[in-house]
Write a protein that binds this ligand. Sequence first.
Ligand code: FAD
Length: 507
Amino acid sequence: VKVIVVGAGTSGLAAARTLIDTWDATANGGPLELTVLEAGTRIGGRVWTLNADEAGAAWTTAGALGAPTDMGASWIHGSNLSHPITKIATALGLAEGAGLVRTRNSLAELQLCSGQTSSCPSVSDDKYTVYQSLIAQAQRDAEAANSDKSLWEALSGLSELDQSRSSDLFQFHLASSAEFNTAGPASELSALFYNDDSKYKGSELVWAQGYKTMYEALQSGAVRVTDGSSPLQVTAVEAGSRNPISVTYNKRVRDVSYNSAEVVLTTEDNAVYRADYAIITVPLGVLKSSDASSQVTFSPALPPATANGIAQLGFGNVVKVALLFPSAWWPTGAHYYGLAQAGEPDRGLFTYYLNVHALSTKPVLMTFALGGAADVAEGMTNAEMWTKIRANLVKIMPSDVTVPTTAPEIIRSNWRANPLAKGAYTFVKVGTPNGKATITSAFGGSVGGRLFFAGEHTSALYRGTVHGAFQSGQEAARAVKASRPTQVAARAVKAEKRLDARLVPFL
Ligand SMILES: Cc1cc2nc3c(=O)[nH]c(=O)nc-3n(C[C@H](O)[C@H](O)[C@H](O)COP(=O)(O)OP(=O)(O)OC[C@H]3O[C@@H](n4cnc5c(N)ncnc54)[C@H](O)[C@@H]3O)c2cc1C
């Protein structure tokens, strides 16, 4: 049975790993012939730990690549023992404090300034509770009115204690919580559905050596998986017995044709691949794109529910900027620093800082551009970024700390400009009839029994996450296995023969 997986990010690797590890030639219609086509030159997709070639000499010399410099996903959100990504880490012998590092559990680890240079107070959880209660009220109001509006609009007129949508502290939380979690600007998020997804409960963990630990293990076969139909089990595999995923690089799929008998994929270099099934894991931003360097065309066109879902869902952006200094000049105790400041794009433009030094002892800070600020940041040069970042750091740091004037080494992500991503992750845009239902009806079944979609955008429960992408890849692999390929193919061949017989007299 020929299966092609398009894309070698988390969902593509999860699909390929699951097919390899759980394929049963007798039950699934014959031996598996798997091809993985990746447009780029690396695995991981939107999980991307910098390597020496990408980071350059300064990072290598400083030994800073041992820091978790992840330019895509960093966190295992809600890590607990039932979390699929935690299971991979556990199988690799990693745990909190041993290869995984816990970040913020409470806001007390955030040092927040509001522009004063004199002090940099910790934020109490109480203040965050006020923010949450305003957000919840906005959502309830939209529900009561039974009409969707943007989260930003729904917050209009609400206030509690010293916070309202226009206050500095509220806007800091808005950018670093709602807008970071969804990658969407509050002005575009659906007040009704922007957070109708689910969350795992547990710690926020980062990988001490970066998220590559996960995707390299999936690709090399250092872990073996079950298919996730009952609680997922992940086990370690000894070096001699591994079954790696073979990835074909530089193969950007440009056209996808499908009919009752097969799928035909054509890549940018005009190579043609035929298969019984294809699992398409390209990001939502790519599915939305009509740029020549990204676009994938489908023939026949995708069914209306899929096309509508692709059009209606939003695809947001998050910019990450990693700053390597000669040494750590900042107070190194806190995990996070923040600057409470209102206004678009200012509230999300380099106002949130992860102190990588606290996780790895490397002299690295990572900052973010969130919500509407992300696309603004992508348009900035590194020099413009540093000017803005430095000005914010001066406001954040206590007055006895001198922020260097010399620019650090800067590495930044440009997910929106990246033709293989076109943005960061999926959000439910205002006006989308329903978040979960839209995703399920767009991507839930197969298209024509031949195409299966996977990727974070196809995960109704866990969109925008690595675990959502992983689970969607597993689901697509299960769906392919359940398709009873030989029977479908046999029926199609018979039907074609009947058609040929009828056509003969006219040829
Ligand atoms: C800045 C940022 C921060 C994030 N932070 C977190 C976090 O902390 N925790 C978390 O859980 N999630 C986070 N996420 C989200 C998470 O990274 C994604 O949800 C997940 O990695 C998506 O995996 P995927 O398989 O759906 O897509 P991808 O990883 O994007 O994989 C798709 C693959 O398809 C390839 N491709 C594209 N077009 C084609 C084509 N035409 N032909 C062939 N191949 C193609 C791409 O090159 C890519 O390798 C973050 C994402 C970003 C961008």
